[in-house]
Design a protein around this ligand. Sequence first.
Ligand code: F6R
Ligand code: MG
Ligand code: MG
Length: 365
Amino acid sequence: MKITLSVIKADIGGYVGHSESHPDIIAKAAECLAKAKKDGLLIDCQATKCGDDLQLIMTHQKGTGSYEIHKLAWDTFVTGTELAKKMKLYGAGQDLLADAFSGNIRGMGPGVAEMEFEERPAEPVLIFMADKTAAGAWNMPLYKMFADPFNTIGLVIAANMHNGFTFEVHDVKEHKKTSLNAPDEIYDMLVLIGSPSRFVVKAVYHRDNGEIAAASSTERLHETAGKYVGKDDPVCIVRSQGIFPAVGEVLEPFAAPILVEGWMRGSHMGPLMPVSVPDSTPSRFDGPPRVICLGYQLCDGKLVGPRDMFADIAFDPARHQANEMADMMRRHGPFEPHRKPLEEMEYTTMPEVMAKLKGRFKDLD
Ligand code: F6R
Ligand code: MG
Ligand code: MG
């Protein structure tokens, strides 16, 4: 049975500030989705949150990029925004950049990760959702899952993964894409994806059969809007077990926290901390950036779950380490590498400061 799994998210209002989503907004979204399920558009659906982002998790048979599904998501965000405005939540409707839906939600503000596949006899899927960071945050975890044998021993000892995976990489600045094969092309690939503010892993495919293994959202809100409007706060879907990395291999990259862009005012580098859904409440310096993971078994498109995958004491050391990394980065205050390079910051006063100081700059001797 061919199933499409769509995860579409938007920040339509924060509670309090940018730290969390209000339960009434999630309930309202769940209501909109339930109606679409009753009407037969969706097979199954759940609404959840990661920090201030509302997350719509939907299964259906309409394929990726479906007008009806994207319209449902857009209408749900609009309905949620009305409620957010009524409650005077913070930044109500902040990610809805267009006045009206125009065919495909991509480029209109919300983030989208979708994949269509033939459901296997048992189909474990893992949905990662992050807050206070950007799409490139998945680059290293996806590389580790699908190309690094020190993370995924299956690449070495499981015959059905031994030929590796193909990575679809997007250049989000030049709006171009390419594909690179692991393991043979990893050095070339790392030149690109090691720079996650420009090159982003969009999808991963099994090399033997072309089966989709992972899909991420790559929207960059500030580039869509032409100015800072909020963080991209990405999502990513990963299929697991059998011909794909095991659940433990998929989760393992998050046991060693890395620094990602985002955090306060989208202008800093901070540790990506794996947390349970209830702990996705970025409050310290609006962070540190958080990642949650919901696991499901699909059953003819039904979402059997979720399991809150990072609600596991095995990730306690990662959380502890992330908090120590946060202290270390915070110590730098407005200095790099905590603060992002001048041209990368989402907020900047540089033009005004330079204008004010014009005339006070003298040539060097
Ligand atoms: C980062 C984020 C927050 C805000 C910050 C200032 O993604 O959402 O850190 O950038 O709280 O928010 P405003 O400008 O809305 O006061
Ligand atoms: Mg927000
Ligand atoms: Mg957010």
